[in-house]
Design a protein around this ligand. Structure first.
Ligand code: NAD
Length: 500
């Protein structure tokens, strides 16, 4: 792509330009340059894409599931072949390190592996002779046109959480990627077409609220998967369900990392830093609050500051040896700065300040550690979504668990300890849906559900794992009775009363 070219949509298997005067700039955050312009589609332009997906539905839903899965096998081969190229696109438009982009591709490829196994998961249940001479069975059917609306922080992985599963389940799909990072999704769409997916089964539309509202209101859309911030997740869930759609909506997070006095400090610090500063803190499973229990606090903060201060931060598009890349845009850089000011104003101690002079125009900020944060401070409660780790000091595990009880969010939480009993208490009682024991980022891979709690998730069936197959299918139950001959009783066999 040449500089600042307009990004196409993908409709009916073809790349197309939409006519609009509304755009969102796509940046290379390492350089601060504009590398593309995402068109913001109108409601009418969006509705046309829905019509295309709806027209492709009947033939695709009738295609045998094993044939649908075989296209994913070919897509998997293409993704593996183009993996380095796909990882480089993520780094270019998002800014995370090449290593992190490769890890993102690995998680995405695993979703395609999972989706390739759906023929086994989509099978129904049978109960022969559920009543006299009556056999019962259930089957799973596609739900219809499905929509995915995704955030900027995983340009490739989060779309891959959705469309491979929806498509193999027999649905057609419309992806509305983040307007800040559309390039990864476009390349995945091209590879899907190359893998042999029929036109109209997978489409990409770009836009903001107008486009999202059009999708949420369109009568031909059956299901919506959303991942993004909590305010928008709640909005999408409420509007989508009010319009009769099935919705799964994953929101923001505030993840706690509990360090017990018996933890190995060295290993814990490395895990904490990877959790808090990986992808420059722009992960919904990023550790955001370290809860230091008892005597561990002083040595932990000392080691954390020295380790985090040694991390190499810079332009990831030209240096693959860096530990951390830039933030997504200047708004994010300013937001991190303002949180550090708020922390100091509320009486916390900024033990490591990531605001430094970086060369170039990239959206850089270094890792920060804020010590002596109190549970009622804004830093302890709000999602910062950047490389800032707050430290709350508590006396015991009970106090650490109580912090979780007062948290609005509930994505992930981890404990670092050598004691089985503390780990067990934490696992059973901490108020979050994904738990790590000596694991800094307890994000499941494709085969298990991404089980956020509280305001980190709105809906019932989660993304990933068997739950996602259930989300993208609806069940049909059939009772069957065959009569031996025309003279047989026509009495309803299930409801006929029989004397014992
Ligand atoms: P965002 O909520 O700003 O945007 C997400 C999507 O919603 C984008 O496609 C965007 O175009 C759309 N959108 C934005 N404003 C809208 C509006 N007013 N009406 C309708 N649609 C709108 O999120 P983001 O900044 O791109 O991503 C970061 C957020 O995503 C963080 O809060 C992070 O925790 C969250 N996230 C959550 C998970 C999870 O699994 N829970 C995973 C990744 C990211």
């Amino acid at each position: 792509m040449t500089q600042a070219e307009q990004i196409p949509v993908l409709v009916s298997g073809k790349l197309d330009q939409v006519a609009t005067d509304r755009f969102c700039d796509v940046h290379n955050p390492s350089q601060g340059t504009v590398i593309g312009r995402t068109p913001l589609c109108s409601a009418e332009q969006t509705a046309k894409v829905v019509d295309v997906a709806a027209a492709a539905l009947p033939a695709w839903a009738e295609t045998p599931v094993v044939e649908r899965a075989r296209i994913m096998f070919r897509f998997h081969a293409l993704m593996t072949e183009h993996r380095d190229e796909l990882a480089a696109i993520i780094t270019r438009e998002h800014g995370k390190t090449l290593g992190e982009s490769n890890a993102e591709m690995q998680r995405g490829i695993e979703m395609v592996e999972f989706a390739s196994g759906i023929p086994h998961l989509i099978k129904g249940e049978t109960m022969p002779n559920i009543a006299a001479e009556v056999d019962g069975e259930t089957n799973r059917h596609p739900v219809g046109v499905c929509v995915g609306i995704t955030p900027y922080n995983f340009p490739s992985m989060v779309p891959l959480w959705m469309f491979p599963v929806a498509i193999v389940c027999g649905n057609t799909f419309i992806l509305k990627p983040s307007e800040k990072v559309p390039l990864s999704a476009m390349r995945l769409g091209e590879l899907l077409t190359e893998a042999g997916l029929p036109p109209g089964v997978f489409n990409i539309v770009h836009g903001d609220k107008e486009c999202v509202d059009a999708l949420l209101e369109h009568p031909k859309v059956a299901a919506v998967s959303f991942v993004g911030s909590t305010a928008i997740a709640k909005y999408v869930y409420e509007k989508g369900t009010a319009n009769g759609k099935r919705v799964q909506s994953a929101g923001g997070a505030k993840n706690h990392l509990i360090i017990m006095p018996d933890a190995d400090i060295n290993l814990s610090v490395k895990a904490l830093a990877a959790s808090a500063y990986g992808c420059a803190g722009q992960r919904c499973m990023a550790g955001s609050v370290a809860v230091a229990v008892g005597s561990v606090a002083d040595p932990l903060v000392d080691e954390l500051c020295s380790y985090a201060g040694s991390l190499k931060v810079g332009a990831t598009d030209s240096d693959s040896t860096l530990d951390m890349g830039p933030l997504i845009n200047t708004d994010a850089v300013n937001r991190i700065g303002s949180y550090l000011d708020i922390a100091a104003g509320e009486g916390a101690t900024v033990a490591l300040d990531g605001r430094q002079d970086f060369a170039g125009d990239g959206f850089m900020v270094g890792p920060s550690v804020v010590d002596k944060v109190q549970p009622e401070m804004r830093l302890a409660k709000e999602e910062i979504f950047g490389p800032v780790l707050s430290v709350i000091r508590t006396d015991d595990l009970e106090a650490a668990i109580a912090i979780g009880d007062n948290c609005e969010y509930g994505n992930g939480a981890s404990i670092f300890t050598r004691a089985g009993h503390a780990a067990r208490e934490f696992k059973r009682r901490f108020n979050a849906g994904m738990i790590g024991i000596n694991v800094g980022v307890p994000a499941p891979m494709a085969w298990l559900p991404f089980t956020g709690w509280n305001h980190s998730f709105f809906g019932d069936l989660h993304i990933q794992g068997t739950e996602s197959v259930h989300f993208y299918t609806r069940q049909k139950m059939t009772l069957t009775r065959w009569f031996k001959s025309a003279g047989d009783s026509h009495l309803d066999p299930v409801w006929a009363e029989k004397k014992p």
